[in-house]
Ligand binder design. Structure first.
Ligand code: 6GP
Length: 794
């Protein structure tokens, strides 16, 4: 039963009006869109409070274990629509607003995206929060309340430029500030005697709580974000002496800590401020966890039975040393007890095998910023080396660097990868040594995504078809989508799936024409690659294919082409030159292709700037073909791939990350596979001149590179891509050349398959039917059973 079903439209209208009047101080004739959004948000938020309180009560009563998910990133996106839907209020709110002459769609659009994350890792954390609430798993998310989330991307002459993001410029209606929940976080200073830390810098971490409501409003957990505040507000003496800037310095300094999200994903920037952010989150979270524990229990030996801490990648890996420090220095435990307890509570998820992403900190920096932790890390390391008699290269501290992956691994009860392939590769490659020493530690939990946001909310057209076909309830039991398979031969169902897709494509076309001034042909294959810009994800392979297609159409426009719309979306880390070159190339190619009258509707290239969660919600339901084309062995899992499958897109992809499992679930014949396997990739790297050999074997790729180097896409600057082309011939670190012909061949199969509309709809149906496994509910159940040892409280 829906918790909120009994709320009448009239009751809601009164609530909204009251918030408009008494919270916003506006009367209706003068209310702006912003005012309406705030009034609606507060009204919806009010309705989360009761389930939130009830969940907290039940959690205390149950005396069970709580889960604490520590993450430097939560890529939440917009909140209002999701909350309304989970509370079952969507239609009611819509009715009320209609009565007031206000468009719900506009209200939803008015909300800024909460972009407190970079990409996959941060979005996964957001899906997990929602699933933990849906499953009534008592849990807290802990993160940082960045004043500025991921930068806003603009294109200037095709180049990415970054502008600060400003989501907190307006009040944030979903948070509750908790001035009383405040902890001191210390830095630097020195050690007195053996190990008494005398820090020289302190800031306060102050809690800001957001309720996260699960499906049907049965449970709500808390996302607690920490904001940095100065311990010493203001230097009055300086102010009075007239130096106003110096007077405000302590405040500015403290605030810097939670000011901005680092925009690197999967690369390590090694900056002191980043280390401080990591410690800030970790220490605040652990102090909060211990305070809560002590309010109910008094024996720390019980901590591992009451507390499961998940370290989302190595960013919060200081949790090991910090927990030991708190237990020893603040609570008087001895080393062995403290370490045993810490190990019993902690777990670590690895999200990437890319070597540049495995965080390291110089012992010099660690020792300067966190002298006591450096000392504890040394001792953990000594014991680890003594107990395992391991080779020097498996040490936590080596060559004056602290290896956070090793630290996290050594201090965790469980270490998990995020897809079957990734977990196998973890054991075989980066963590093979540690896995040998601690063979019971590594396990797999294949990622998932929440079907509430990524299907029900973002794709109402398909959701209706699903409910009409297999009945209600699939949202919280996604495995039921397999029931669709029994309708495969039902023409009406196939048609309905096709019609829903077409509806979404038309909506996207309207958006593109309003926003980008470009007309998209709804009969074309909507071919979409949206994700962070990274060489290993191989957007370059996709652009090369686009260039080839353009040139082939030009040379024979009447050849019966299946029309294509190539859509790209994604941001590059500001300092990532190669990725930014690829962005520019895509935009340059788009410029030429879209203005070519010979090609016309047969090919368009679209790259809307500032890809984010909300844009994904718009693009994914309208996609026919999902590009998951990373070099095999490089993409840990992917989660976009799952969202597309759920929404009836077919995948063109390599055997990488979770693609492997998607293909198993939907059936190999319903998946466009190409390229080398991870093992073949490993061998290929051993061949000297692999790129040159591949290019010399592929006249098509030679032509593509030739067109680029001749300046066909940069006529005003013909040398622009010399570096990129040269790197492809001579270096090609992600084997674009070696997989090119295979990719091209499978793209031709896509064209053929799409030309038969009914056949394509059948393939789409099988993809949706096979996607049930990729609900984050399944993933969270796996964590609860295999890692956390917790149970649902519903
Ligand atoms: C990403 C992985 O690249 C992606 O494959 C995976 O699906 C996602 O994590 C969730 O597990 N990794 C990151 O975003 C990252 O920053 C350090 O890794």
């Amino acid at each position: 039963m829906n918790a909120m079903n009994d709320l009448s439209a009239e009751a809601l209208r009164i609530r909204i009006t009251q918030h408009l009047t008494y919270t916003l101080g506006k009367d209706k004739p003068h209310a702006s869109l912003y005012d309406w959004r705030m009034a609606v948000s507060y009204s919806v938020r009010d309705l989360i409070i009761e389930p939130w309180f009830a969940a907290t009560r039940k959690t205390y009563e149950a005396q069970g274990k709580r889960v604490y998910y520590l993450s430097l990133e939560f890529l939440i996106g917009r909140i209002l629509g999701d909350a309304m839907m989970n509370l079952g209020l969507f239609e009611t709110v819509q009715d009320v607003l209609e009565g007031e002459g206000v468009s719900l769609a506009d209200v939803i659009e008015d909300e800024p995206d909460a972009a407190l994350g970079n990409g996959g890792l941060g979005r996964l954390a957001a899906c997990f929060l929602e699933s933990m609430s849906t499953l009534a798993c008592p849990a807290y998310g802990y993160g940082i309340r960045y004043e500025h989330g991921l930068f806003r991307q603009l294109f200037e002459s095709g180049r990415q430029v970054e502008h600060p993001e400003d989501w907190l410029n307006q009040p944030h209606p979903w948070e509750f500030e908790r001035p009383e929940a405040r902890y001191t976080i210390s830095f630097k200073g020195h050690l007195d005697g053996q190990s008494v830390w005398q820090p020289s810098e302190t800031v306060y971490a102050r809690a800001y709580d957001m309720p996260v409501v699960g499906w049907q409003g049965k449970w709500a957990n808390t996302l607690r974000l920490w904001g940095a505040h100065p311990t010493e507000l203001f230097d009055l003496e300086q102010f009075n002496s007239g130096d106003h800037t110096a007077a405000a310095a302590p405040e500015a300094l403290a605030r810097t800590l939670s000011r901005v999200l680092y925009p690197e994903d999967t690369t390590d920037s090694g900056k002191e401020l980043r280390l401080k952010q990591e410690y800030f989150l970790t220490s605040a979270a652990l102090q909060d966890i211990l305070r809560r524990f002590l309010s109910e229990y008094d024996d720390f030996a019980q901590l591992p039975d009451k507390v499961a801490i998940q370290m989302n990648d190595t960013h919060p890996a200081l949790a090991g040393p910090e927990l030991i420090r708190l237990l020893m220095d603040e609570h008087g435990l001895d080393w062995n007890a403290a370490k045993r307890i810490a190990l019993g509570c902690l777990n670590y998820t690895n999200h990437t095998l890319l070597p540049e992403a495995l965080e390291t900190w110089s012992t010099w920096l660690m020792g300067r910023v966190l002298p006591r932790h450096m000392q504890i890390i040394e001792q953990i390391d000594q014991e680890h080396r003594a107990a395992t008699k391991c080779a020097a290269d498996l040490a936590i501290v080596k060559h004056d660097q602290v290896h956070m992956g090793t630290l996290a691994f050594v201090m965790a009860s469980h270490v998990n990868g995020v897809s079957a392939l990734h977990t196998d590769l973890m054991k075989e490659t980066v963590f093979s040594g540690l896995h040998g020493l601690y063979p019971a530690r590594v396990l797999n939990q294949t990622n998932g995504v929440t079907p509430r946001r990524w299907l029900r909310l973002s794709n109402p057209a398909l959701s209706k078809v699903l409910t009409d076909t297999i009945g209600a309830g699939w949202e919280s039991d996604l495995a039921r989508l397999s029931e669709l398979n029994t309708f495969e031969d039902d023409r009406a169902v196939r048609d309905a799936i096709g019609a829903a897709k077409r509806h979404n494509k038309l909506a996207l076309s309207n958006w593109a024409s309003d926003r980008l001034g470009i007309t998209l042909n709804p009969d074309a294959v909507f071919d979409v690659q949206i994700k962070r810009m990274h060489e290993y994800k191989r957007q370059l392979l996709n652009v090369f294919e686009t260039i080839h297609r353009w040139s082939a159409i030009r040379s024979n426009p009447e050849a019966g082409w299946t029309p294509r719309v190539k859509i790209f979306g994604g941001k590059a880390a500001p300092g990532y030159f190669a990725a930014k070159e690829i962005i520019r190339l895509i935009n340059d190619v788009a410029n030429v292709v879209n203005n070519d009258p010979v090609v016309g509707d047969l090919l368009k290239v679209v790259y809307p700037a500032n890809y984010n969660v909300s844009m994904a919600e718009r693009l994914i339901p309208a996609t026919d073909l999902s590009e998951q084309i990373s070099t095999a062995g490089k993409e840990a899992s992917g989660t976009g791939n799952m969202k597309f499958t759920m929404n009836g897109a077919l995948t063109i992809g390599t055997l990488d990350g979770a693609n492997v499992e998607i293909r198993e679930q939907v059936g190999a014949e319903n998946f466009f596979l190409f390229g080398m396997t991870a093992a073949e990739v490993r061998d290929r790297y051993l061949i000297e001149g692999h790129a040159r050999t591949a290019i010399l074997d592929s006249p098509t790729l030679q032509d593509v590179l030739q067109m680029i180097v001749e300046g066909r896409f940069s006529p005003e600057d013909t040398d622009r891509y010399n570096g990129l082309v040269d790197a492809t011939w001579n270096h090609d670190p992600f084997l674009v050349a070696s997989d090119f012909d295979s990719y091209l061949a499978v793209q031709a199969e896509v064209d053929l398959a799409f030309a038969d509309e009914d056949h394509w709809n059948r393939l789409a149906l099988r993809n949706i039917a096979g996607s049930g496994y990729f609900s984050s509910d399944r993933t969270i159940k796996g964590y609860m059973a295999d890692i956390w040892d917790t149970r649902s409280l519903l």
